[in-house]
Design a protein around this ligand. Structure first.
Ligand code: LLP
Length: 431
């Protein structure tokens, strides 16, 4: 859906050069078709099954992106009260919302209960106690699932690997049965499921299947203790192609998981019975749905040379796209218009005053001052991780559909940034 036409990169049928002229840079641009296609690949592969695809909305929480997925029937995986607020405003059905995260506050729990969400994915006994307390106070029953840590190596960057013992996430595998037994004693909790999430940008099926087996072992053991679960949530984490990675196709992935589940006596079929135990399967994919559907457009401000090194100083920076410097993540960078000039090796860097402010290193590019560049695969964990560092305004966002484009988030202004601050020196007082 991103393709070069008449020598200029397009998103669907819209010329990115035109978008940059009209809306300025840095600019995030998303293809609605690509988001929808990704979702539908999952949904079609799972259509025989009782399965809910909850979008891991931390990947991209723009209201229009959320609505687009909501309209296709997606559920949502949230990790804060803010995300709950957003997704409800995008029209989400609370019964399709799971609430993950290791540090839910009492207010957030109350918010989830008031909305009537499907389930809290609980990560500790202390959290069980807090949910019990809040639910009792509000005279509600809270549906819960325990996030267990299957101790599986997802083979991904340590910052985005979450399923190992040393991570802060989930309940230790060996203690899970005891924690479930404890949850059962709490009167305002209803035990609904079990879940895991082993990490992000995983490009092999094997770690998912390994985690699934460990979760199903617990599911079986719980059944023997009289705790019968309604759903199994296998988390998100399916990777995308940033730089030639070859993650399994979505349909292949879903087939592999359901085939493996069937061998374990799990019957997730909608309209047929295998004699296995009837269970709903939940996934929480984020990146796979939106990552490759977005680009970040940026303009070359200056070309410069320090020693032997060429730098392209662009108008996007680490505050706009943090992934390169935070994870040494690779994003393809290409000129929007093909120029016939000398090809050189550049470090593509931003204007922020940090040596770590880079977007790409040693890239072979044919560019000039003012060239427009597209930083690819920026649809996931792009704008969401952006900040105002160096008092930079956050970028605008555009959604493209066919030959139409619309502004889905305005460019921030300095007034927006400063509106919460006061010059407080005059009013300092003792508390
Ligand atoms: N479920 C849970 C409980 C999660 O913690 C996450 C992501 C997801 C689902 C969605 O994972 P996905 O399908 O998108 O891999 N900022 C990092 C990624 C952090 C992921 C955090 N958890 C990055 O830019 O690579």
């Amino acid at each position: 859906m991103f393709s070069v036409r008449n020598q200029s990169l397009h998103c669907e049928e819209v010329d990115l050069t035109q978008l940059a002229q009209q809306f300025g840079t840095p600019l995030y641009v998303y293809s609605r078709n690509m988001i929808e296609q990704a979702y539908l690949e999952f949904a079609n592969a799972g259509k025989e099954f009782n399965v809910l695809f909850c979008f891991g909305m931390k990947a991209n929480s723009n209201l229009s992106v959320l609505s687009c997925l909501e309209q296709l029937g997606a559920g949502f995986d949230i990790v804060s009260g803010g995300e709950l607020e957003r997704v409800l405003r995008a029209g989400a059905n609370p019964k399709k919302i799971v609430f993950s995260g290791v540090g839910k506050s009492a207010e957030e729990i109350a918010q989830g209960l008031a909305a009537g969400i499907k389930c809290f994915n609980v990560e500790s006994e202390a959290e069980l106690d807090r949910i019990q307390e809040v639910a009792q106070r509000l005279n509600k029953t809270a549906a819960i699932s325990l996030r267990v840590n299957p101790n599986v190596d997802a083979g991904t960057h340590p910052y985005i690997s979450t399923g190992l013992k040393e991570n802060k996430f989930g309940v230790e595998y060996e203690r899970a049965l005891a924690v479930y037994a404890y949850a059962k004693t709490l009167p305002n909790l209803a035990i609904e499921g079990i879940d895991c999430h082993i990490g992000s940008q995983i490009t092999e099926i094997a770690p998912f299947i390994a985690a699934m087996h460990k979760v199903v072992d617990l599911y079986d053991a719980l059944g023997q203790q009289g705790i019968h679960l309604h759903h199994i949530d296998l988390g998100g984490g399916l990777g995308i192609d940033y730089n030639g990675e070859t993650p399994p196709e979505r349909a292949v992935f879903i087939d592999a998981v359901f085939t493996a589940l069937e061998t374990r006596g799990i019957d997730a079929y909608k309209n047929k019975t295998t004699g296995g135990k009837k269970v709903e399967i939940v996934f929480e994919f984020g990146r796979s749905l939106v990552g490759n559907a977005g680009v970040l457009l940026t303009k070359v401000e200056y070309l410069k040379k320090n020693g032997e090194k060429n730098f392209a100083v662009v108008d996007a920076a680490m505050n706009d796209l943090l992934r390169p410097t935070l994870y040494q993540a690779f994003h393809r960078i290409e000129p929007v218009t093909q120029l016939d000039c000398e090809e050189k090796i550049y470090d593509v860097v931003g204007p922020v005053c940090e040596s770590g402010d880079w977007l790409g290193k040693a890239r072979s590019l044919k560019i000039q001052q003012h060239s427009l560049l597209a930083i690819r695969s920026a649809g996931a964990y792009g704008i969401g991780m952006s900040s105002n560092y160096n008092t930079r305004n956050r970028a605008a966002e555009i959604l493209v559909s066919g030959s139409s484009a619309t502004l889905i988030r305005k460019r921030e202004t300095f007034d927006h940034q400063l509106s919460l601050e006061t010059d407080g020196l005059a009013s300092l007082k003792k508390l």
